[in-house]
Ligand binder design. Sequence first.
Ligand SMILES: *[C@@H]1O[C@H](CO)[C@@H](O)[C@H](O)[C@H]1NC(C)=O
Ligand SMILES: *[C@@H]1O[C@H](CO)[C@@H](O)[C@H](O)[C@H]1NC(C)=O
Length: 286
Amino acid sequence: MRSLVTLVSLFLVGVQAQHGSEWTYSKGSLDEEHWPQHYPDCGGQKQSPINLQRKKVQYNPSLKRLNLTGYDVQVGEFPMINNGHTVQISLPPTMRMTAPDGTQYTALQMHFHWGGASSEISGSEHTIDGFRFVIEIHVVHYNSKYKSYDIAKDAPDGLAVLAALVEVKNYAENTHYSNFISHLVNVKYPGQSTILTGLDVQDMLPEDLHHYYSYKGSLTTPPCTQNVQWFVLKDYVKMSRTQALMLENSLLDHENKTLHNDYRRTQPLNHRVVEANFKYSPNESE
Ligand SMILES: *[C@@H]1O[C@H](CO)[C@@H](O)[C@H](O)[C@H]1NC(C)=O
Ligand SMILES: *[C@@H]1O[C@H](CO)[C@@H](O)[C@H](O)[C@H]1NC(C)=O
């Protein structure tokens, strides 16, 4: 009996290794419902994304504004890759964020989550009062006290993500996105990469970088490590519908199918409290 158990667990380890990078959102045997079987943290109590229910958010006036340095225009070469799950831009370590508690974080990469399947354009990960936005931008940072992301990614205080939501109405072209969008054609297939020369992340973020929601959560993709301090900006990025459709229809996944709906469903809040450095005002026009 014991040897049978050993055999079965060896088999499972083999399957896990074999499928290490083949998780998906909705297809096949490692879709998001099955992530916890291979990545136990994905079944944890402090997962992301969540629905930000504005009435329940706790106003904390002592939360200072984020100190973002090196976010404005940078000259250099910034690799941009289709990793089979999203498009990701490598960021220079001169980009830093100081959290309200004084913790300093170093930027590593930014990537996007979007919709596009079944003619539903919306694909943000965090929702606000149940409302899903069109696109979500994640700027991933690691705690600067660690030498590298590889060390920080397993530390309990390792990571912070600055997130922004994209709204699409009848907006004109957002020219801060034009260069990025024109490069998508170069990363159609998973594994393909291209180079952005020059990058201004600040311009790609909302105008108001002062007001945010904050809570403790996880990576939104496997291994779903629960060591992420989230900062979700209150203000939105505006983009034209044409630009959103370009992002949603330019990339292919590992099966050469258009990469649509690369977002995880919202996770239970459980006993966590979401804080914000602004007051909830239901009548505020957006
Ligand atoms: C912001 O952080 C940088 C270090 O990354 C520091 O030099 C600067 O003084 C900080 N600014 C404020 C206003 O705290
Ligand atoms: C995807 O398409 C490319 C180019 O046509 C081809 O080289 C590759 O083998 C295809 N991959 C799959 C999984 O079909």
